[in-house]
Design a protein around this ligand. Sequence first.
Ligand code: MN
Length: 210
Amino acid sequence: MAFKLPDLPYAYDALEPYIDARTMEIHHTKHHAGYTNKLNNAIEGTELAGKSIEDILGNVSKYSTAVRNNGGGYYNHCLYWEIMSPNGGGEPTTQMNIAKAIERDFGSFENFKNEFINAALTRFGSGWAWLCTDDNDRLFVSSTPNQDNPLMDVVDQRGVPVLGIDVWEHAYYLNYQNRRAEYVNAFMNLINWQEVTKRFNEANEGAMKA
Ligand code: MN
């Protein structure tokens, strides 16, 4: 079973004015499609064919650079599309578990937001900034280079990502050129907190079962 490029849960122009339709279309049909195809080529006929992407990433130190880069690229973009929404932004509502956890682990939503934006802005070159939950269900912010992510057994701080922002230039260059800060601030208006809290709940249930 090969990995499949997912459809976006909204139209290419749905996130305007924050992210333009052309950027979204190229990002999905060229970049994400490219990672997906190259991942499939890298695992075809190997012991990795048929494994879940989470399994592959959790042991990625054993595999080729092609699996690490394209497996990360495949997973990261699947998450990125889903944690954005045309109806997103603002703060999670107080009924959402993620809101309580942010308050507990960062002191306030404002503190979390500053730490997350700072991680996105200080990532040198291409990479991602994350909000993750660890083995003790505690939230932390991190950033990783290239297409690495916190599921991988090669990163400093491992966890399950519940929110992530792509800070590769291909995610914003057409509209924002070199102005990463404008893109990062615009992204904050798109965060689908319902999806983030769903992922947080699932990660915590998984941790309790393990
Ligand atoms: Mn990307």
